[in-house]
Ligand binder design. Structure first.
Ligand code: NDP
Length: 406
């Protein structure tokens, strides 16, 4: 049993609060803090209604280390679950080091002024966490997160050599809006409009946004077009899957979504460069975010399913190459009924809770900064089945054999 501090009261924070509250034998006192405390109070009321448990709330500006340190000293948690934005990762890690508290997040640090996804800043904390006897678990969401654990599971139970991994992320949900993003619009649009990249034969190969497209028939969702993107879990997998020849990440997008993005792009609304507007500086993508529906409001409107998984090809004992497909299917309406959040928040928040559980119960606890695939997948995979994200692991064909590129 341990006390926890959750930072960030968005869609993901809502799910983490609900799922931790459901596990009273693991998570004793739960405090939810965010910049806007009223959002925490709203979530606390929902948690009370669903689970009967009372969680504490607080307000904090997580960009400010002294504010974080004061809050952590007051709450005295075993660990912080950071589900604010990637911009706050380093300040929260600094505060955890200063107060001697463990750390977990779901997305790698990004500087505010540059759309750049890489672990270098957080990996640089390795020695400091190790020396302090503290653990930092990075990327404990779905992708990154569960997809990394799927790869570790494939290595532990099927292959001794992994040749290729294709990560397929399909959101077949429909919220009825002409355009909305399923998580923070600023982070989402930055991710999708950046150049893509995949890993092949020891090198990173850069692609233009949406340059590679494939059709794929997702179970319980149907056929969708998916596009090659860069995604952060490939950086750690390239290091932690020795000898891997190729890593690619694919995400599905509908035509209407892409058309809107193209227009935003053409008129500069996705820019992170500040402009002057009526005498004050504004950042176009932040202005766009203010116009778009709040992702947290999509929950009650979203119908359909997500299907996210890894197609892994490799060999065992020097034999023939073979392929496994490990994936989860999640229903948006069922997620909302359980936690008042849609499936994208749910598939991120549940693994954050499960990662925290591994740290608290000791199955994953070790000092240092860790990516998910570096740890034993078995207890995490068991908890996925038990906590709402059951997985399937089946023989399959390599992506290139089943899905022509268009
Ligand atoms: P939201 O934008 O819905 O919520 C973010 C929350 O963080 C808001 O409540 C916001 O508070 C709070 N916040 C932002 N800045 C600060 C700050 N300086 N101090 C304190 N609180 C702050 O995002 P999501 O819930 O959708 O996403 C949360 C995290 O999960 C993100 O890092 C995202 O990248 C990650 N994610 C990871 C995925 C994965 O599979 N690994 C998938 C989806 C998301 P306020 O409202 O008061 O401004």
């Amino acid at each position: 049993m341990a006390d926890i501090l959750i930072i960030g009261a968005g869609g993901v924070g809502r799910v983490v609060a609900h799922k931790c509250a459901q596990q009273a034998e693991i998570f004793s006192n739960i405090t939810l803090a965010s910049r806007t405390e009223s959002k925490c109070v709203q979530i606390a009321a929902e948690v009370k209604e669903k689970t009967g448990r009372t969680i504490q709330t607080a307000s904090v500006d997580a960009d400010k280390v002294p504010e974080l340190v004061a809050l952590i000293r007051r709450v005295k948690p075993f660990m912080v679950i950071n589900v604010a934005l990637p911009y706050q990762d380093l300040t929260i890690m600094d505060a955890c080091l200063e107060t001697g508290v463990h750390y977990l997040d779901t997305a790698n640090y990004e500087p505010l002024d540059e759309a750049k996804f890489e672990y270098s800043w957080q990996w640089a904390y390795q020695e400091r966490f190790k020396n302090a006897g503290l653990m930092a678990l990075l990327g404990s969401g779905f992708d990154p997160g569960v997809t990394n654990v799927y790869c570790a599971h494939a290595v532990k139970h099927h292959f001794d050599h992994v040749e290729t991994v294709d990560i397929l992320d399909c959101n077949g949900g429909d919220h009825g809006y002409a355009f909305a993003t399923n998580f923070n619009p600023e982070i989402n649009i930055r991710e999708v409009t950046s150049n893509g990249r995949y890993f092949e034969n020891g090198k990173w190969i850069e692609t233009r946004p949406m340059q590679f497209k494939r059709a794929f028939n997702f179970e319980q969702v149907g056929e969708k077009n998916m596009y090659l993107l860069y995604h952060e879990e490939m950086e750690s997998l390239a290091q932690n899957l020795p000898g891997v020849k190729r890593l690619r990440f694919w995400m599905t997008f509908g035509e209407a979504y892409l058309k809107h993005l193209e227009v935003f792009r053409n008129i500069g609304l996705d820019s992170i460069e500040p402009i002057m507007f009526e005498g004050r500086e504004i950042v176009p993508i932040q202005f766009l975010k203010a116009l778009l529906p709040d992702p947290a409001s999509l929950g009650p409107r979203t119908k359909g399913k997500t299907n996210i998984g890894c197609i892994v090809t490799g060999s065992k004992d020097g034999g023939e190459l073979f392929t496994r497909y490990i994936y989860n299917i999640c229903d948006h309406e069922a997620c909302y009924a359980e936690t008042y959040a849609q499936g994208v928040s749910y598939t991120t928040g549940v693994p954050a809770m499960i990662g925290a559980k591994q740290m608290i119960t000791g199955t994953w606890m070790q000092a240092g900064v860790w990516n998910m695939e570096q740890l034993d997948p078995d207890p995490f995979m068991r908890d996925l089945n038990a906590c709402g994200l059951p997985w399937v692991d089946v023989p399959y064909k390599p992506l290139d054999d089943i899905s022509p590129q268009t």
